[in-house]
Design a protein around this ligand. Sequence first.
Ligand SMILES: [Zn+2]
Length: 98
Amino acid sequence: MNGLNVPSQPCPNCGELNDSATCLTDEREEPAVGDFTVCVHCKNLLRFGYGLVVERLGPQDLADLAVALEQLGKQLAQLTCEPPHQTQPSPEDQSEPG
Ligand SMILES: [Zn+2]
């Protein structure tokens, strides 16, 4: 996997070792304090704390996650969607039915 190195540490949920992270929208992006992450072993949501130590989510993290997911959805939509096409009706389309 082409992840960026983070401090090697056990997942607080499953105990398996994690030592890299990859950003969904830009693989060159480095993880920062407050970023959300997913344990590659147990798939649990976690968050980078100080020193990039991964932590379990608390109530405030869940509120922050809703905002982060909305932003991520907008970023992914910009990457995958084209603007809608404006089409002019043809002369046949404007004729009366029947
Ligand atoms: Zn885990």
